[in-house]
Ligand binder design. Structure first.
Ligand code: ATP
Ligand code: MG
Length: 406
């Protein structure tokens, strides 16, 4: 259908109208952000009680209290009701204090960062089915790992920038040109070191490479790079992400890659870079069919990579069942089918569907950021239990990759 300027109800062309809507929406999003995160329109992480701290570090609450009474470690804020309240920075200080006191073989439990000989872990959340909870999974995993005391780098590989938005970043305002992963991946003289596009977040120990639409350019420059011979040998396109990660390897324990919902060059690079692959899957028949296509295409592409001298470094791959409602019988049948087909490669813990996740998502928060009492106590507890089980299982996989005893 042809649109003429006159065929529109308003006196503007389609491009003018869409541009006006984009500006309206952009302004509204900024206002919302100011309302959500006053006073500076920046996100902050909540504080934690001594019960939370004990649980996060894996020691008793009395240990935490005693440290404070002995005047060791950080001094918590005292709330009006006398309770202690800690920031994540303080929790990480406590980890260091406790680590100094432990016998070497026990240090790992309170201070679990990787040590010599343990290689950087790179976890990709992928599936080309839109809405399979890739971003929700990446966000919760990155937050969980940072709260557990690891040094984490989250990379937004989706030009739609949903992961960046979860960190309170509005891609069109907050991300300057050449400040996404594209800046480090490009083939021309504008290329930057990965460290230059990494930014700290409001969560101690968790850094981010944000995205915006610029990232989509990678899909366009790769064919040119292949044609001009720039994409060869160590510079071949599928090695690009893995190689740039090596530039910052020493600064992190775990990298989390939130892939876009398509199997383009970015996703392919992420698959090649990853040591752990999480295929997120909402247990519905249509999603299954789409997942099947994803698997078929991925395997074809990986075979091409392998035939071109690329050796994959996957320590593990797992299907993660997402947004699962165990009371929905068609869903449980699909889950049964998946478990029968893929056995141990389906994670034991599913991510249960919860209004807590959806509501927190509306405020661009993970469950770990919600203040107790922000939503119904039981709802939050159940949702957190599910998310902790998923993330705990992934943490176990990391420990196995590092050869740590169970
Ligand atoms: N466990 C859950 N319970 C309830 N809602 C959820 C859950 N997990 C994800 N969602 C919601 O599902 C929607 C899609 O999730 P998400 O954005 O993480 O998917 P995605 O795979 O990253 O999507 P895309 O393919 O567009 O990148 C979001 O609105 C999110 O809040
Ligand atoms: Mg996403």
């Amino acid at each position: 259908m042809q649109y003429s300027k006159n065929s529109m109800v308003l006196d503007e062309s389609p491009s003018e109208r869409i541009s006006r809507y984009s500006q309206l929406l952009s302004g509204q999003l900024q206002r919302l952000r100011q309302e959500l995160y006053p006073p500076e329109a920046h996100k902050n992480l909540r504080a934690f009680s001594s019960v939370d701290v004990a649980r996060l570090i894996g020691v008793s609450e009395s240990t935490i209290r005693q440290l404070d009474l002995d005047g060791e470690g950080p001094t918590p804020t005292r709330l009006p009701n006398g309770r202690r309240s800690y920031t994540l920075e303080q929790i990480n200080d406590i980890r260091r204090v406790l680590a100094e006191r432990r016998r070497p073989e026990e240090v790992i439990n309170v201070f679990p960062q990787r040590r010599e000989g343990e290689k950087l872990q790179v976890i990709a959340c992928a599936n080309f089915k839109g809405g399979s909870a890739k971003t929700t999974t990446s966000t919760h995993l990155a937050h969980y790992l940072a709260l557990r005391g690891y040094r984490v780098l989250a990379i937004d590989l989706d030009p739609q920038a949903s992961l960046s938005a979860m960190f309170g970043i509005q891609p069109e305002f907050d991300v300057e040109p050449n400040c996404t992963l594209f800046g480090a991946l490009r083939y021309d003289e504008e290329r930057r070191n990965l460290s230059e596009v990494i930014r700290p977040t409001y969560i101690d120990g968790l850094d981010l490479v944000p995205a915006n639409l610029e990232l989509a350019e990678f899909e366009h420059i790769v064919p040119t790079a292949i044609a001009t011979g720039a994409s060869t040998g160590e510079n071949i396109f599928f090695r690009r992400i893995k190689n740039v990660l090596a530039e910052v390897e020493d600064a992190y324990d775990i990298v989390v890659l939130d892939c876009p919902p398509q199997l383009g060059f970015l996703t392919l690079g992420a698959l090649f870079a990853s040591t752990g692959l999480l295929i997120t899957l909402h247990p519905q028949m249509l999603d299954l069919a789409s997942c099947n296509q994803f698997l078929g295409m991925s395997s074809d592409l990986m075979a091409v990579i392998e035939n071109n001298g690329g050796e994959m470094n996957l320590d593990w791959m797992r299907f993660l069942i997402t947004r699962h409602n165990p009371n929905d019988s068609p869903q449980t049948r699909v889950v049964g089918l998946l478990r029968a087909l893929f056995g141990e490669d389906v994670m034991t813990a599913p991510a249960l569907e919860s209004t807590a996740v959806a509501n927190a998502g509306l405020e661009k928060k993970s469950l770990y950021e919600l203040e107790p009492g922000a939503i119904g106590r039981e709802t939050l507890k159940r949702a957190l239990e599910s998310m902790d089980s998923v993330n705990g299982e992934i943490e176990q996989l990391l420990w196995s990759s590092w050869g740590r005893g169970e």
